[in-house]
Design a protein around this ligand. Structure first.
Ligand code: FES
Length: 101
């Protein structure tokens, strides 16, 4: 996925914060959804399917489909339901990682 620049005209955003996903440092406006920040950074594959290992990305963007499930501080949560914050440590799920209820 290509880098997707954010709309600039007529939009004000919070200060940029740095977070880490799989050891990669990224910057995004504080409070932006993690899913949006990843898409803006060109990270389209947010996890891999547990059964087929196929790449998955955002679908519903309202926390229902779980296609954007990630792990933050040992807890699994949908990337579209969490906001970026400074120092956030994110790990993408691998195909054999169990989905925690
Ligand atoms: S995109 Fe569906 S839960 Fe996040």
């Amino acid at each position: 996925m290509q880098h997707r620049p954010r709309i600039q005209k007529g939009v004000s955003r919070a200060a940029t914060v740095r977070f880490v996903i799989d050891g990669i440092e990224l910057d995004a406006p504080a409070g932006e959804s993690l899913a949006a920040a990843l898409m803006a950074a060109g990270i389209g594959t947010i996890r891999h399917g547990p059964m087929d290992g196929q790449p998955r990305s955002v679908f519903c963007l309202i926390g229902l489909c779980q296609e954007c499930l990630v792990e933050i501080d040992g807890m699994q949560i949908e990337a579209c339901r969490v906001n970026v914050s400074a120092g956030m440590q994110v790990n993408r799920l691998r195909p054999m990682d169990p989905i925690k209820p």
